[in-house]
Design a protein around this ligand. Structure first.
Ligand code: 13P
Ligand code: SF4
Length: 354
């Protein structure tokens, strides 16, 4: 089965990307869902999906023994699951991370063009020159980067563990070179007091959240709790009741007493938030995203390239496999494993203290 290619759209920086996979009617949706489930089993494949992807992909991952999570847990799950093939529904760096950690497995993605503005805004060659110009700094990169950038880093971090790792490095007297997200870097700098030299990248989705409109929405809903992903601008983060990774924000919807939430992150996350806390009211934080005129367009155009259609196509044709050159992979796995080892020790400590 060959799903039609989505149509290209403009985003604010002028580049053209490919729009959302076309919507499906209920009978096509059911047929594709069943077909994908059968193919996953036949091919010894496991589906790992990010919280921002289409709700059908999240349901399929859950129903077929796969996993839906933030980028840290996606990396861990893909490595530990016994399946010989991993299908990553998310963006390119997530597929590459799975391959770096599990070179013996075949890793596929529904669309290899599903990239990320942070990854795009940090070309390896420029980044390596930047690092070479500051040899005294420990290089810490966000997971939203290419394999080549990870290969030059000392540490990889995700938003779920960045604060703890930077705190740990600062306690050892290290100064840091951080890339690529300047907002997340600035937030970590403020929270930890670390000495950080920042690359000036940004996420096109989170950068779009608007502080003054958020203030107005909060005034209209004074009983709403505000949840913000730290890739957002500082004046938006400053208004948050909870700042955290996608998993932390889902947990907050469940744990907080509030019945109403204003959410400054991709609205794909609402699927899991609704599952975690049925009946609670969720609103998207005001966003002037890519050409949008509506209030709720906070949706990553690259995450939206993943759908049942292209997932089934990949399972049928075995197209869109991720390959990484072995010298790059061997270096990148060191900085990724440093993060995963740190996460394991941190979790053990938390369990020990509980
Ligand atoms: P998480 O690590 O919080 O899942 O975030 C990944 C991401 O791309 C957010 O925009
Ligand atoms: Fe990248 Fe932003 Fe999309 Fe996350 S939401 S994948 S940071 S562009």
């Amino acid at each position: 089965m060959h799903a039609p290619r989505p149509t290209p759209v403009e985003i604010p920086d002028g580049s053209v990307i490919t729009a959302k996979v076309p919507p499906l009617g209920p009978s096509d949706r059911d047929a594709l869902f069943a077909r994908a489930k059968k193919l996953l089993a036949e091919k010894d494949a496991v589906l790992v999906a990010h919280f921002y992807t289409d709700a059908d992909l999240q349901l399929l991952a859950d129903e077929s023994g796969g996993y839906v999570s933030d980028s840290l847990e996606m990396a861990r799950f893909g490595r530990e699951h016994p399946a010989s093939t991993v299908i990553v529904a998310g963006v390119r760096f997530m597929g590459e991370t799975a391959k770096i950690l599990s070179p013996e497995k075949r890793v596929f993605m529904p669309d290899l063009d599903a990239t990320c503005s942070l990854d795009e805004g940090c070309p390896a060659e420029d980044f390596i020159s930047f690092c070479d110009a500051h040899p005294d700094r420990t290089v810490v990169v966000y997971a939203n980067t290419s394999a080549a950038v990870k290969a030059r880093a000392d540490w990889v971090v995700t938003s779920g563990i960045a604060l703890d790792i930077v705190e740990h490095l600062t306690a050892q007297g290290e100064s840091i070179l951080w890339a690529p997200d300047r907002y997340l870097g600035g937030y970590i700098e403020e929270m930890t007091g670390a000495d950080m030299l920042l690359w000036q990248g940004s996420c096109v989705v989170h950068e779009g959240f608007k502080a003054s409109e958020l203030e107005e929405l909060r005034a209209e809903h004074p009983d709403a709790a505000v949840l913000v992903h730290p890739e957002s601008p500082a004046d938006v983060v400053a208004q948050a009741d909870v700042v955290g990774s996608t998993s932390a924000l889902i947990k907050a919807v469940k744990d907080l007493d509030s019945e109403k939430f204003i959410v400054a992150t991709d609205r794909g996350i609402f699927h899991k938030m609704r599952e975690a806390a049925p009946g609670k009211m969720l609103m998207t934080a005001p966003n002037a995203g890519f050409g949008a005129t509506c209030e709720s367009c906070a949706h990553c155009p690259w995450m939206a390239m993943n759908g049942l259609q292209n997932l089934v196509r990949v399972l049928e044709t075995e197209e869109n496999e991720i390959f990484i050159e072995e010298p790059t992979r061997k270096r990148a796995v060191l900085s990724l494993n440093r993060m995963l080892d740190f996460a394991r020790q941190r979790d053990r400590k938390v369990r020990g203290n509980a």
